[in-house]
Ligand binder design. Structure first.
Ligand code: MIC
Length: 655
């Protein structure tokens, strides 16, 4: 038998349909599902629309970790709704403030060899345990909970060999930042990244989580690590050694793409505003004054990470002009931090403790002061994500963040040796961590009488129009490359409470790019029956939030024409009946003006027959014809013609 790598083994053991040819659609059996609250309200509404009796996955967990601030009734109502829905549909419920979904899932539920889909792009973090874990839009998660396969284009496998050992003051975050420095935010598209090599010996399971988590920033389908002795140690420390199985790459296996990182040569790295792909050595930007440091999020969630920060600031005070914000990942971590002294070290140094959750990572509080630098151990720094318009968010390791908190300026942590005569603190993993299950509510046995509790802000999904054959619609917005979902549908405490209210949230569509978009969209919907938008490469990178498709659809978006798409966004557009077209000749991007009228004829027929699609572009001073293409599977074509998955469900329910 052909020797297999870990990714191939995981795919093979879950393959329901399709073949292993990269680029063709495969169907995967899904064992576990992860939902967080900001995307989960829609997933639960979708489960309701599907008339689900009880989850068909082995484990499904509804976490509440994003919309935690209760400045009025909305988020609190969402929490009640999610609790009632978890009980009704047979999901675990992780109560508000219990912790960030990805690390809690890894500690409490993740099992090597299992597959998982999650309604959060960072669900790939569970690849750290040897799982096949994929972040995706909510509808795909709802379908998996209902027992459907998850469909995705068969990825290529990119093998990344880690050789050697990290130097002092350089940690797992610097490895993933090095990947982003080399490959950028598009570099992982269409790939599963598999890490292997002797460098793994020194990377703990939570270090692997840091690296797998931010595979999302590379655009990768997912990331996988083997399940080895370290995985076993981790599960044992969580009281779950029995869940461990070994999953190693076979001797002599190969990868579609091969790269190597020499760990001994890595230096502390940092991502500059406003993309996780803008990575440079910390040395290049040292001494810039900072106003805030935020520690936490699913991109540096481990006990070691907090311990390290605590050990660096121990018996010192952070600079008096720095707000030193700590988001402990989970209640379990808080208990362990209290036990090992970290909590006290941080408090003494000036920490502002926040509740366990994502918080500032999605702009739920912790907005930095205008025009100042905020250093965060988080995964993303897209424009306006923090809640401050002219924010300058830098992403770095806990070591760099802690060193900079002490000095008040961006500091290479290696300089602490001279500045403070400090040796690199050495963490020792405890045999057992304190385990906390108190805020995890198991699925109920008798769910027949449970009613969904919907507050006034929770609205049903709007009607989705089916695709027509003929349109004449304006280009309402022309955007550049790498536009993020944060720019299409903002993050932040002002917007997130409307995640279960599409008419309200649609008012924020593209508002980061153009504040007039909403009003113009209403006018064009009335006058032309809809609009299109044009974009460059990697359209809608970042988050899995399907709101970045539903809200534009609600405002009449018929199609997007882009050079190419981020994986999750491409599927979300299709799920909600927006046609994702690609330029046949990318140069034609330059030939379309914002405001041009776009004419489509025979659209349904051309899509059905998989033809190239002719587009007449009426610019202000000229009219041209260009061709666009589609790379849809038969299944996706059927969905699109109906106006998306919801209409498909409804049709199945009534037939
Ligand atoms: C993110 O990091 O952007 C989020 C918040 O986790 C999102 C989900 C969301 O928008 O709620 C994600 O990555 O999918």
């Amino acid at each position: 038998m052909k020797p297999l790598n870990v990714a191939q083994k995981l795919i093979q053991s879950h393959l329901i349909s399709g073949s292993a040819d990269p680029g063709t659609e495969i169907g995967l059996k899904i064992d576990q599902a992860l939902l967080q609250d900001a995307t989960g309200t829609l997933v639960q509404l979708e489960l309701e629309a599907m008339g689900l009796d009880s989850a068909k996955t082995e484990v499904a967990v509804q976490y509440v970790d994003h919309n935690l601030l209760q400045t009025d009734f909305k988020n609190a109502d969402d929490h009640l709704f999610l609790y009632s829905a978890a009980q009704k549909f047979g999901l675990w419920y992780s109560r508000p403030g219990n912790g960030v979904s990805h690390p809690v899932h890894m500690e409490r539920f993740g099992i090597p060899g299992k597959s998982l889909v999650g309604s959060d792009s960072h669900s790939c973090a569970a690849g750290s345990l040897g799982m096949l874990a994929i972040g995706t839009g909510g509808l795909d998660v709802a379908a998996a909970i209902a027992g459907q396969p998850y469909f995705v284009k068969m990825p290529k496998i990119m093998g990344v060999k880690l050789t050697g050992k990290l130097p002092d003051w350089v940690s797992a975050k610097d490895i993933i930042l090095e990947m982003l420095r080399r490959f950028g935010v598009k570099g992982g598209i269409g790939n599963i990244i598999e890490y292997y090599g002797n460098g793994l010996t020194y990377l703990s399971a939570m270090d692997r989580h840091v690296i797998a988590n931010m595979g999302a920033e590379l655009g990768a389908t997912t990331t996988v690590f083997p399940s080895d002795g370290e995985t076993r140690r981790f599960l044992k420390s969580q009281g779950r050694e029995g869940d461990w199985t070994e999953i190693l790459a076979d001797e002599g296996c190969s990868y579609d793409l091969e790269h190597e990182i020499l760990l001994d040569e890595l230096v502390p790295l940092i991502a500059l505003p406003t993309s996780p792909g803008n990575v440079v050595p910390v040395r290049d930007v040292e001494n810039r004054k900072i106003s805030q440091v935020v520690i936490g999020s699913s991109a540096n969630p481990g006990l070691r990470d907090f311990w390290m920060v605590g050990a660096i600031v121990k018996d010192r005070s952070v600079n008096q002009e720095v707000s030193f914000d700590i988001n402990p990942t989970s209640r379990q971590i808080i208990q362990n931090m209290i036990k090992n002294g970290t909590f006290a070290n941080l408090i003494k140094a000036g920490a502002r403790y926040h509740q366990s959750g994502c918080m500032g990572c999605i702009g739920m509080g912790q907005a930095p002061a205008s025009g100042t630098i905020s250093l965060r151990t988080m995964p993303r720094n897209f424009p306006d994500r923090s809640g401050t318009k002219d924010d300058q968010v830098y992403l770095c390791s806990p070591e760099t963040a802690a060193a900079s908190a002490l000095t008040g300026k961006i500091t290479d942590p290696r300089d602490l040796e001279n500045m403070f005569e400090m040796k690199y603190p050495q963490y020792e993993f405890p045999d057992e961590e304190i385990i906390n299950m108190d805020m995890l509510v198991p699925p109920t046995k008798d769910n027949t009488k449970i009613k969904l509790k919907k507050g006034p802000n929770i609205k049903s999904l709007p009607e989705m129009n089916a695709l027509k054959s003929t349109y004449e619609v304006p280009v309402l917005l022309k955007m550049g490359d790498n536009v993020s979902t944060d720019e299409i549908l903002k993050a932040g405490a002002e917007v997130l409470p409307f995640r279960s209210n599409i008419p309200e949230i649609s008012k924020f569509s593209y508002s980061v790019i153009d504040e007039t978009f909403y009003d113009r969209a209403l006018l064009t919907k009335e006058k032309y029956g809809g609009h299109i938008v044009v974009a460059g490469e990697n359209y809608a990178q970042g988050s899995s939030r399907e709101h970045a498709a539903i809200a534009p659809k609600y405002l009449g978006q018929v199609a997007v024409i882009a050079k190419d798409y981020a994986r999750i966004a491409w599927q979300n557009l299709i799920n909600f009946g927006i046609l994702p077209l690609e330029f046949e000749n990318p140069q034609n991007y330059n030939d379309i003006e914002q405001g041009a009228l776009i004419e489509f004829k025979n659209l349904r027929e051309d899509i059905m027959n998989k033809h190239r699609i002719r587009v007449k572009v009426k610019n202000k001073n000229n009219t041209i014809e260009i061709f666009t293409k589609q790379s849809l599977s038969d299944r996706q074509i059927a969905l699109l013609l109906k106006g998306g998955v919801i209409n498909d469900f409804k049709e199945k329910l009534t037939s």
